[in-house]
Design a protein around this ligand. Structure first.
Ligand SMILES: Cc1cc2nc3c(=O)[nH]c(=O)nc-3n(C[C@H](O)[C@H](O)[C@H](O)COP(=O)(O)OP(=O)(O)OC[C@H]3O[C@@H](n4cnc5c(N)ncnc54)[C@H](O)[C@@H]3O)c2cc1C
Length: 435
Protein backbone atom coordinates (compact mmCIF):
# COMPACT_ATOMS: atom_id res chain seq x y z
CA UNK A 1 0.00 0.00 0.00
CA UNK A 2 1.24 3.49 -0.89
CA UNK A 3 1.87 6.07 1.86
CA UNK A 4 -1.12 8.09 3.04
CA UNK A 5 -2.04 11.23 1.10
CA UNK A 6 -2.79 14.41 3.05
CA UNK A 7 -5.92 16.50 2.55
CA UNK A 8 -7.68 19.13 4.62
CA UNK A 9 -11.08 17.54 4.10
CA UNK A 10 -12.65 14.34 2.93
CA UNK A 11 -16.07 14.70 1.31
CA UNK A 12 -17.85 11.33 1.26
CA UNK A 13 -20.38 11.01 -1.58
CA UNK A 14 -20.34 12.99 -4.81
CA UNK A 15 -23.99 13.81 -5.44
CA UNK A 16 -24.97 17.46 -5.63
CA UNK A 17 -24.33 17.89 -1.87
CA UNK A 18 -20.80 16.48 -2.05
CA UNK A 19 -19.97 18.35 -5.25
CA UNK A 20 -21.10 21.69 -3.78
CA UNK A 21 -19.37 21.10 -0.42
CA UNK A 22 -16.12 20.11 -2.17
CA UNK A 23 -16.24 23.18 -4.43
CA UNK A 24 -16.99 25.56 -1.55
CA UNK A 25 -14.08 24.19 0.47
CA UNK A 26 -11.65 24.13 -2.45
CA UNK A 27 -12.57 27.70 -3.42
CA UNK A 28 -11.35 28.74 0.04
CA UNK A 29 -7.99 27.08 -0.60
CA UNK A 30 -8.54 23.78 1.21
CA UNK A 31 -7.39 20.53 -0.34
CA UNK A 32 -10.31 18.13 -0.75
CA UNK A 33 -10.60 14.40 -1.42
CA UNK A 34 -14.02 13.67 -2.95
CA UNK A 35 -14.75 9.98 -2.44
CA UNK A 36 -17.61 8.34 -4.35
CA UNK A 37 -18.92 4.76 -4.22
CA UNK A 38 -20.22 4.73 -7.80
CA UNK A 39 -18.31 4.74 -11.10
CA UNK A 40 -19.11 8.44 -11.73
CA UNK A 41 -19.80 11.55 -9.71
CA UNK A 42 -23.21 13.26 -10.02
CA UNK A 43 -25.45 11.31 -7.63
CA UNK A 44 -29.20 11.21 -8.21
CA UNK A 45 -29.50 14.72 -9.59
CA UNK A 46 -27.69 13.94 -12.83
CA UNK A 47 -30.24 11.16 -13.44
CA UNK A 48 -33.32 13.38 -13.04
CA UNK A 49 -35.38 14.69 -15.97
CA UNK A 50 -36.18 18.29 -15.07
CA UNK A 51 -36.30 19.90 -11.65
CA UNK A 52 -39.29 21.38 -9.89
CA UNK A 53 -40.53 24.07 -9.81
CA UNK A 54 -38.54 25.76 -12.58
CA UNK A 55 -38.42 22.74 -14.92
CA UNK A 56 -34.76 23.38 -15.69
CA UNK A 57 -33.04 20.42 -17.29
CA UNK A 58 -31.35 18.56 -14.39
CA UNK A 59 -28.36 17.36 -16.34
CA UNK A 60 -27.79 20.84 -17.86
CA UNK A 61 -27.38 22.36 -14.42
CA UNK A 62 -25.46 19.48 -12.83
CA UNK A 63 -22.91 18.88 -15.59
CA UNK A 64 -21.12 22.27 -15.27
CA UNK A 65 -20.74 21.68 -11.50
CA UNK A 66 -19.35 18.20 -12.15
CA UNK A 67 -16.88 19.65 -14.65
CA UNK A 68 -15.86 22.38 -12.18
CA UNK A 69 -15.07 19.72 -9.56
CA UNK A 70 -13.17 17.60 -12.05
CA UNK A 71 -10.99 20.51 -13.14
CA UNK A 72 -10.41 22.07 -9.74
CA UNK A 73 -6.71 21.87 -8.83
CA UNK A 74 -7.51 21.40 -5.12
CA UNK A 75 -10.02 18.55 -5.53
CA UNK A 76 -9.00 14.92 -6.06
CA UNK A 77 -11.82 12.57 -7.11
CA UNK A 78 -11.81 8.91 -6.08
CA UNK A 79 -14.60 6.79 -7.62
CA UNK A 80 -15.66 3.19 -6.88
CA UNK A 81 -14.49 3.82 -3.31
CA UNK A 82 -15.94 2.93 0.07
CA UNK A 83 -14.84 3.85 3.57
CA UNK A 84 -13.26 0.92 5.31
CA UNK A 85 -12.02 2.41 8.53
CA UNK A 86 -11.76 5.77 10.24
CA UNK A 87 -9.33 6.36 13.07
CA UNK A 88 -9.39 9.74 14.72
CA UNK A 89 -7.16 11.45 17.21
CA UNK A 90 -7.62 14.97 18.56
CA UNK A 91 -7.41 16.94 15.35
CA UNK A 92 -7.06 14.55 12.43
CA UNK A 93 -8.49 11.38 10.93
CA UNK A 94 -6.70 8.53 9.24
CA UNK A 95 -9.16 7.09 6.76
CA UNK A 96 -8.74 3.79 5.00
CA UNK A 97 -10.54 3.52 1.68
CA UNK A 98 -11.17 0.43 -0.43
CA UNK A 99 -11.32 1.03 -4.18
CA UNK A 100 -13.11 -1.56 -6.31
CA UNK A 101 -11.38 -2.48 -9.58
CA UNK A 102 -12.56 -0.78 -12.78
CA UNK A 103 -10.49 -3.24 -14.86
CA UNK A 104 -9.54 -0.25 -16.96
CA UNK A 105 -6.43 1.80 -16.29
CA UNK A 106 -7.74 5.33 -15.72
CA UNK A 107 -4.37 6.87 -16.56
CA UNK A 108 -4.09 5.11 -19.94
CA UNK A 109 -7.75 5.18 -21.10
CA UNK A 110 -8.53 7.81 -23.76
CA UNK A 111 -12.35 7.42 -23.50
CA UNK A 112 -12.76 6.33 -27.15
CA UNK A 113 -15.44 3.75 -26.13
CA UNK A 114 -14.18 1.20 -28.66
CA UNK A 115 -14.29 -1.42 -25.87
CA UNK A 116 -17.97 -0.69 -25.25
CA UNK A 117 -18.79 -1.05 -28.94
CA UNK A 118 -16.88 -4.32 -29.21
CA UNK A 119 -18.39 -5.93 -26.10
CA UNK A 120 -21.01 -8.57 -27.12
CA UNK A 121 -22.79 -8.72 -23.73
CA UNK A 122 -26.01 -6.76 -23.20
CA UNK A 123 -27.44 -6.28 -19.69
CA UNK A 124 -30.24 -4.04 -18.35
CA UNK A 125 -28.98 -0.51 -17.73
CA UNK A 126 -29.94 0.46 -14.19
CA UNK A 127 -28.97 4.06 -15.03
CA UNK A 128 -31.94 4.00 -17.46
CA UNK A 129 -34.36 2.49 -14.94
CA UNK A 130 -33.73 -0.95 -16.48
CA UNK A 131 -35.59 0.08 -19.68
CA UNK A 132 -32.52 0.07 -21.92
CA UNK A 133 -29.54 -2.22 -22.34
CA UNK A 134 -25.88 -1.52 -21.87
CA UNK A 135 -22.69 -3.49 -22.34
CA UNK A 136 -20.73 -5.35 -19.67
CA UNK A 137 -17.99 -2.73 -20.13
CA UNK A 138 -19.59 0.67 -20.14
CA UNK A 139 -19.50 4.37 -19.31
CA UNK A 140 -22.60 4.77 -17.10
CA UNK A 141 -23.99 7.86 -18.88
CA UNK A 142 -22.85 10.29 -21.53
CA UNK A 143 -21.58 13.05 -19.22
CA UNK A 144 -20.10 10.72 -16.58
CA UNK A 145 -16.94 11.81 -14.82
CA UNK A 146 -14.48 10.23 -15.22
CA UNK A 147 -15.12 9.38 -18.90
CA UNK A 148 -13.59 5.97 -18.35
CA UNK A 149 -15.53 2.73 -18.75
CA UNK A 150 -15.95 0.17 -16.03
CA UNK A 151 -15.92 -3.54 -16.71
CA UNK A 152 -18.60 -5.27 -14.67
CA UNK A 153 -16.94 -8.53 -13.90
CA UNK A 154 -20.18 -10.39 -12.99
CA UNK A 155 -21.41 -9.97 -16.58
CA UNK A 156 -18.09 -10.33 -18.41
CA UNK A 157 -17.74 -13.50 -20.51
CA UNK A 158 -13.97 -13.07 -20.81
CA UNK A 159 -14.06 -13.00 -24.63
CA UNK A 160 -11.15 -10.56 -24.69
CA UNK A 161 -12.69 -8.31 -27.38
CA UNK A 162 -12.46 -5.12 -25.30
CA UNK A 163 -8.78 -5.68 -24.72
CA UNK A 164 -8.11 -6.43 -28.42
CA UNK A 165 -9.70 -3.21 -29.67
CA UNK A 166 -8.33 -0.88 -26.98
CA UNK A 167 -5.78 1.42 -28.69
CA UNK A 168 -4.34 2.49 -25.34
CA UNK A 169 -3.87 -1.00 -23.87
CA UNK A 170 -5.82 0.15 -20.85
CA UNK A 171 -7.87 -3.00 -20.12
CA UNK A 172 -6.48 -4.79 -17.11
CA UNK A 173 -8.37 -7.99 -16.19
CA UNK A 174 -6.09 -8.54 -13.22
CA UNK A 175 -6.93 -5.46 -11.20
CA UNK A 176 -7.89 -6.23 -7.60
CA UNK A 177 -9.61 -4.19 -4.87
CA UNK A 178 -6.99 -1.91 -3.36
CA UNK A 179 -6.80 -0.16 -0.03
CA UNK A 180 -5.25 3.24 0.48
CA UNK A 181 -5.09 5.73 3.34
CA UNK A 182 -5.91 9.41 3.51
CA UNK A 183 -4.98 11.78 6.34
CA UNK A 184 -7.67 14.41 6.71
CA UNK A 185 -8.60 16.98 9.31
CA UNK A 186 -12.32 17.22 8.60
CA UNK A 187 -14.97 14.96 7.06
CA UNK A 188 -18.18 16.04 5.32
CA UNK A 189 -20.74 13.26 4.95
CA UNK A 190 -22.85 13.58 1.78
CA UNK A 191 -23.89 9.99 1.06
CA UNK A 192 -27.48 10.85 0.16
CA UNK A 193 -30.43 8.50 -0.11
CA UNK A 194 -31.89 5.49 -1.82
CA UNK A 195 -35.47 4.30 -2.37
CA UNK A 196 -37.09 1.54 -0.30
CA UNK A 197 -37.76 -0.89 -3.14
CA UNK A 198 -38.94 -3.71 -0.88
CA UNK A 199 -42.18 -2.03 0.08
CA UNK A 200 -44.46 -2.92 -2.91
CA UNK A 201 -43.91 -6.66 -2.58
CA UNK A 202 -44.16 -6.48 1.19
CA UNK A 203 -47.42 -4.50 1.05
CA UNK A 204 -49.13 -5.97 -2.03
CA UNK A 205 -47.52 -9.38 -2.55
CA UNK A 206 -47.21 -10.47 -6.21
CA UNK A 207 -49.19 -7.43 -7.37
CA UNK A 208 -46.33 -5.30 -6.05
CA UNK A 209 -44.25 -6.43 -9.01
CA UNK A 210 -45.76 -5.96 -12.47
CA UNK A 211 -44.46 -4.40 -15.68
CA UNK A 212 -46.56 -1.23 -15.62
CA UNK A 213 -45.97 -0.52 -11.94
CA UNK A 214 -42.79 1.54 -11.88
CA UNK A 215 -41.02 3.73 -9.34
CA UNK A 216 -40.63 7.48 -9.61
CA UNK A 217 -36.98 7.20 -10.58
CA UNK A 218 -37.91 5.03 -13.55
CA UNK A 219 -40.42 7.70 -14.54
CA UNK A 220 -37.63 10.31 -14.25
CA UNK A 221 -35.61 8.34 -16.78
CA UNK A 222 -38.58 8.01 -19.15
CA UNK A 223 -39.08 11.76 -19.07
CA UNK A 224 -35.39 12.71 -19.33
CA UNK A 225 -33.99 14.25 -22.54
CA UNK A 226 -31.75 11.15 -22.75
CA UNK A 227 -34.62 8.76 -22.06
CA UNK A 228 -34.40 5.13 -23.23
CA UNK A 229 -37.47 5.28 -25.50
CA UNK A 230 -37.26 9.01 -26.34
CA UNK A 231 -40.94 9.14 -25.34
CA UNK A 232 -43.26 7.91 -22.64
CA UNK A 233 -44.37 4.32 -23.26
CA UNK A 234 -45.82 1.48 -21.24
CA UNK A 235 -43.03 -1.00 -20.52
CA UNK A 236 -45.32 -4.02 -21.11
CA UNK A 237 -46.37 -3.31 -24.71
CA UNK A 238 -44.75 -0.06 -25.85
CA UNK A 239 -48.13 1.74 -26.12
CA UNK A 240 -48.66 5.33 -25.08
CA UNK A 241 -50.52 5.27 -21.74
CA UNK A 242 -53.98 6.84 -21.82
CA UNK A 243 -54.02 7.33 -18.09
CA UNK A 244 -51.18 7.46 -15.59
CA UNK A 245 -51.59 7.31 -11.81
CA UNK A 246 -49.16 8.33 -9.11
CA UNK A 247 -49.39 6.67 -5.70
CA UNK A 248 -47.79 8.82 -3.06
CA UNK A 249 -46.52 7.65 0.32
CA UNK A 250 -45.86 4.14 -1.05
CA UNK A 251 -43.90 3.26 2.06
CA UNK A 252 -43.55 6.68 3.68
CA UNK A 253 -45.74 7.62 6.62
CA UNK A 254 -46.53 3.95 7.03
CA UNK A 255 -45.62 2.77 10.51
CA UNK A 256 -46.61 -0.81 9.88
CA UNK A 257 -44.94 -1.82 6.62
CA UNK A 258 -42.84 1.16 5.61
CA UNK A 259 -41.16 4.02 7.42
CA UNK A 260 -42.86 6.58 9.67
CA UNK A 261 -41.23 9.68 8.15
CA UNK A 262 -42.43 11.83 5.24
CA UNK A 263 -40.11 11.63 2.22
CA UNK A 264 -40.73 15.32 1.63
CA UNK A 265 -40.02 15.69 -2.08
CA UNK A 266 -42.58 13.21 -3.51
CA UNK A 267 -45.55 15.63 -3.64
CA UNK A 268 -43.46 17.99 -5.72
CA UNK A 269 -41.72 15.54 -8.06
CA UNK A 270 -45.07 13.81 -8.78
CA UNK A 271 -46.57 17.16 -9.77
CA UNK A 272 -43.49 17.80 -11.93
CA UNK A 273 -43.77 14.39 -13.63
CA UNK A 274 -47.51 14.82 -14.22
CA UNK A 275 -46.92 18.26 -15.77
CA UNK A 276 -44.18 16.87 -18.03
CA UNK A 277 -46.45 14.01 -19.14
CA UNK A 278 -49.35 16.38 -19.80
CA UNK A 279 -47.07 18.54 -21.95
CA UNK A 280 -45.77 15.55 -23.89
CA UNK A 281 -49.07 13.66 -24.19
CA UNK A 282 -51.95 16.13 -23.76
CA UNK A 283 -54.52 13.32 -24.22
CA UNK A 284 -53.16 11.36 -21.27
CA UNK A 285 -55.02 11.80 -17.98
CA UNK A 286 -52.78 12.02 -14.91
CA UNK A 287 -54.17 11.26 -11.45
CA UNK A 288 -52.24 11.80 -8.23
CA UNK A 289 -53.37 9.83 -5.18
CA UNK A 290 -52.05 11.59 -2.11
CA UNK A 291 -52.95 11.71 1.57
CA UNK A 292 -52.36 15.47 1.40
CA UNK A 293 -50.13 17.88 -0.52
CA UNK A 294 -46.96 19.30 0.98
CA UNK A 295 -45.89 22.19 -1.22
CA UNK A 296 -43.42 23.73 1.21
CA UNK A 297 -40.91 25.68 -0.92
CA UNK A 298 -40.79 28.93 -2.83
CA UNK A 299 -43.00 28.74 -5.89
CA UNK A 300 -44.19 25.22 -4.99
CA UNK A 301 -47.83 26.09 -4.25
CA UNK A 302 -48.01 27.94 -7.57
CA UNK A 303 -46.58 24.87 -9.28
CA UNK A 304 -49.37 22.75 -7.77
CA UNK A 305 -52.03 25.23 -8.88
CA UNK A 306 -50.60 25.18 -12.41
CA UNK A 307 -50.91 21.38 -12.39
CA UNK A 308 -54.58 21.65 -11.42
CA UNK A 309 -55.17 24.17 -14.19
CA UNK A 310 -53.61 21.71 -16.65
CA UNK A 311 -56.30 19.17 -15.67
CA UNK A 312 -54.17 16.93 -13.46
CA UNK A 313 -56.49 15.20 -11.01
CA UNK A 314 -55.69 15.08 -7.29
CA UNK A 315 -57.48 12.51 -5.15
CA UNK A 316 -56.99 12.66 -1.41
CA UNK A 317 -56.57 8.98 -0.73
CA UNK A 318 -54.12 6.35 0.33
CA UNK A 319 -54.25 4.10 -2.73
CA UNK A 320 -53.20 0.46 -2.70
CA UNK A 321 -52.41 -1.90 -5.57
CA UNK A 322 -54.84 -4.82 -5.64
CA UNK A 323 -54.47 -6.50 -9.00
CA UNK A 324 -53.26 -6.78 -12.58
CA UNK A 325 -55.69 -6.33 -15.48
CA UNK A 326 -55.87 -8.56 -18.57
CA UNK A 327 -54.22 -5.81 -20.62
CA UNK A 328 -51.48 -5.43 -17.98
CA UNK A 329 -53.12 -2.36 -16.50
CA UNK A 330 -52.64 -1.88 -12.77
CA UNK A 331 -55.71 -2.20 -10.56
CA UNK A 332 -55.81 -0.02 -7.48
CA UNK A 333 -58.22 0.53 -4.62
CA UNK A 334 -58.72 3.77 -2.78
CA UNK A 335 -61.02 5.49 -0.38
CA UNK A 336 -61.43 9.20 -0.98
CA UNK A 337 -60.72 10.93 2.33
CA UNK A 338 -62.30 14.21 1.19
CA UNK A 339 -65.51 13.23 -0.61
CA UNK A 340 -66.18 10.15 1.55
CA UNK A 341 -67.47 8.34 -1.56
CA UNK A 342 -66.49 4.94 -0.21
CA UNK A 343 -64.07 2.40 -1.62
CA UNK A 344 -63.37 2.67 -5.35
CA UNK A 345 -61.56 0.32 -7.70
CA UNK A 346 -59.74 1.84 -10.68
CA UNK A 347 -57.57 0.59 -13.48
CA UNK A 348 -54.61 2.59 -14.81
CA UNK A 349 -52.38 1.97 -17.83
CA UNK A 350 -49.27 2.96 -15.91
CA UNK A 351 -48.76 3.53 -12.18
CA UNK A 352 -45.83 5.36 -10.59
CA UNK A 353 -44.89 4.74 -6.97
CA UNK A 354 -43.37 7.32 -4.66
CA UNK A 355 -41.26 4.91 -2.64
CA UNK A 356 -39.88 6.02 0.71
CA UNK A 357 -36.55 7.83 0.78
CA UNK A 358 -34.16 6.03 3.12
CA UNK A 359 -30.45 6.56 3.87
CA UNK A 360 -28.04 5.21 1.23
CA UNK A 361 -25.41 4.51 3.86
CA UNK A 362 -25.20 4.16 7.59
CA UNK A 363 -22.04 4.60 9.61
CA UNK A 364 -20.58 1.45 11.04
CA UNK A 365 -18.57 1.15 14.22
CA UNK A 366 -15.50 2.89 12.81
CA UNK A 367 -17.23 6.26 12.43
CA UNK A 368 -18.82 7.46 15.61
CA UNK A 369 -21.64 9.68 14.45
CA UNK A 370 -25.07 9.57 15.94
CA UNK A 371 -28.00 8.31 13.89
CA UNK A 372 -31.62 9.45 14.44
CA UNK A 373 -34.52 7.04 14.88
CA UNK A 374 -35.33 7.44 11.14
CA UNK A 375 -31.89 6.08 10.19
CA UNK A 376 -30.50 9.38 8.90
CA UNK A 377 -27.50 11.06 10.55
CA UNK A 378 -28.51 13.19 13.52
CA UNK A 379 -27.47 16.79 13.92
CA UNK A 380 -26.08 17.88 17.26
CA UNK A 381 -27.65 21.33 16.79
CA UNK A 382 -30.68 20.76 14.54
CA UNK A 383 -32.04 24.29 14.90
CA UNK A 384 -29.00 26.52 14.73
CA UNK A 385 -26.33 24.44 12.99
CA UNK A 386 -28.00 21.49 11.23
CA UNK A 387 -24.82 20.42 9.45
CA UNK A 388 -22.94 19.60 12.69
CA UNK A 389 -22.80 15.97 13.80
CA UNK A 390 -22.08 14.95 17.36
CA UNK A 391 -18.47 14.13 16.36
CA UNK A 392 -15.83 16.83 16.32
CA UNK A 393 -14.59 17.49 12.80
CA UNK A 394 -17.43 15.57 11.09
CA UNK A 395 -20.08 17.54 9.21
CA UNK A 396 -22.94 16.56 6.90
CA UNK A 397 -25.07 17.92 4.09
CA UNK A 398 -27.96 16.88 1.88
CA UNK A 399 -30.12 13.79 2.02
CA UNK A 400 -27.69 11.97 4.35
CA UNK A 401 -29.43 13.97 7.10
CA UNK A 402 -32.98 13.35 5.82
CA UNK A 403 -35.03 13.65 2.63
CA UNK A 404 -34.79 17.10 1.05
CA UNK A 405 -34.98 18.94 -2.24
CA UNK A 406 -32.05 20.22 -4.26
CA UNK A 407 -32.37 23.81 -3.07
CA UNK A 408 -32.10 22.79 0.59
CA UNK A 409 -29.35 20.31 -0.26
CA UNK A 410 -27.20 22.93 -1.95
CA UNK A 411 -27.77 25.46 0.83
CA UNK A 412 -26.84 22.83 3.40
CA UNK A 413 -23.70 21.87 1.44
CA UNK A 414 -22.59 25.51 1.56
CA UNK A 415 -23.31 25.62 5.29
CA UNK A 416 -21.39 22.38 5.93
CA UNK A 417 -18.41 23.68 3.93
CA UNK A 418 -18.52 26.90 5.89
CA UNK A 419 -18.64 25.08 9.27
CA UNK A 420 -15.79 22.82 8.13
CA UNK A 421 -13.74 25.82 6.96
CA UNK A 422 -14.18 27.59 10.31
CA UNK A 423 -13.14 24.40 12.05
CA UNK A 424 -10.06 23.93 9.82
CA UNK A 425 -8.95 27.54 10.33
CA UNK A 426 -9.31 27.20 14.11
CA UNK A 427 -7.23 24.02 14.03
CA UNK A 428 -4.56 25.78 12.00
CA UNK A 429 -4.39 28.81 14.27
CA UNK A 430 -4.30 26.72 17.45
CA UNK A 431 -1.51 24.52 16.08
CA UNK A 432 0.53 27.57 14.96
CA UNK A 433 0.03 29.13 18.44
CA UNK A 434 1.22 25.90 20.05
CA UNK A 435 4.33 25.91 17.80
C1 LIG B 1 -37.82 10.54 -8.21
C2 LIG B 1 -37.18 11.75 -7.60
C3 LIG B 1 -37.25 12.98 -8.26
C4 LIG B 1 -36.71 14.12 -7.68
N1 LIG B 1 -36.85 15.32 -8.32
C5 LIG B 1 -36.41 16.45 -7.72
C6 LIG B 1 -36.61 17.73 -8.32
O1 LIG B 1 -37.18 17.85 -9.39
N2 LIG B 1 -36.19 18.84 -7.64
C7 LIG B 1 -35.59 18.76 -6.42
O2 LIG B 1 -35.26 19.80 -5.83
N3 LIG B 1 -35.34 17.54 -5.85
C8 LIG B 1 -35.73 16.40 -6.46
N4 LIG B 1 -35.48 15.19 -5.88
C9 LIG B 1 -34.63 15.14 -4.67
C10 LIG B 1 -33.12 15.13 -5.07
O3 LIG B 1 -32.86 13.92 -5.75
C11 LIG B 1 -32.23 15.31 -3.85
O4 LIG B 1 -32.52 16.55 -3.25
C12 LIG B 1 -30.74 15.31 -4.16
O5 LIG B 1 -30.41 14.31 -5.08
C13 LIG B 1 -29.95 15.07 -2.87
O6 LIG B 1 -28.58 15.09 -3.20
P1 LIG B 1 -27.48 14.40 -2.29
O7 LIG B 1 -26.16 14.77 -2.87
O8 LIG B 1 -27.72 14.71 -0.86
O9 LIG B 1 -27.73 12.82 -2.43
P2 LIG B 1 -27.52 11.83 -3.68
O10 LIG B 1 -27.95 12.45 -4.93
O11 LIG B 1 -28.14 10.54 -3.23
O12 LIG B 1 -25.93 11.63 -3.75
C14 LIG B 1 -25.23 10.85 -2.81
C15 LIG B 1 -23.96 10.30 -3.44
O13 LIG B 1 -23.22 9.59 -2.43
C16 LIG B 1 -22.78 8.35 -2.96
N5 LIG B 1 -22.63 7.40 -1.84
C17 LIG B 1 -23.60 6.74 -1.17
N6 LIG B 1 -23.04 5.98 -0.19
C18 LIG B 1 -21.70 6.14 -0.28
C19 LIG B 1 -20.59 5.63 0.46
N7 LIG B 1 -20.76 4.77 1.50
N8 LIG B 1 -19.34 6.00 0.11
C20 LIG B 1 -19.16 6.88 -0.92
N9 LIG B 1 -20.18 7.41 -1.65
C21 LIG B 1 -21.42 7.05 -1.34
C22 LIG B 1 -23.87 7.94 -3.94
O14 LIG B 1 -23.37 7.01 -4.88
C23 LIG B 1 -24.22 9.30 -4.56
O15 LIG B 1 -23.40 9.60 -5.65
C24 LIG B 1 -36.04 14.03 -6.42
C25 LIG B 1 -35.95 12.80 -5.78
C26 LIG B 1 -36.52 11.66 -6.34
C27 LIG B 1 -36.45 10.34 -5.63
Amino acid sequence: MEGAKDFDALVLGAGIAGIQAALDLAEQGFKVALVEAGPSIGGKMIQLSKVFPTLDCASCITTPKMAQVAHHPDISIYTLCQLKEVKGDDDSFRVRITQQPRYVDVEKCIGCMKCELACPVMVPAEEQGGFAARKAIYIPFSNAIPQVPRLEVENCIACGRCSKVCPAESIDYFQKPTDFNLNVKAIVLCTGYSLNKEYPRKAWGDFGEQPNLIDAFQMERMLAPTSPYQRLLRPSDGKEPENVAFIQCAGSRDVQLGVPHCSRVCCMYNIKQAILITRELPQTQCTIYCMDKRCFGKGYEQFYLTAKELGIEFINAKAVVTGRGDDDSVIIRHENMESMTGVQIKSHDLVVLSLAIVPAWQPDGTMRVQVSSDGFIASSKPQLAPTLTNSKGIFMAGAVAGPKDIVDTVVEAGAAASEAAIYLRRLKSSSSKAA
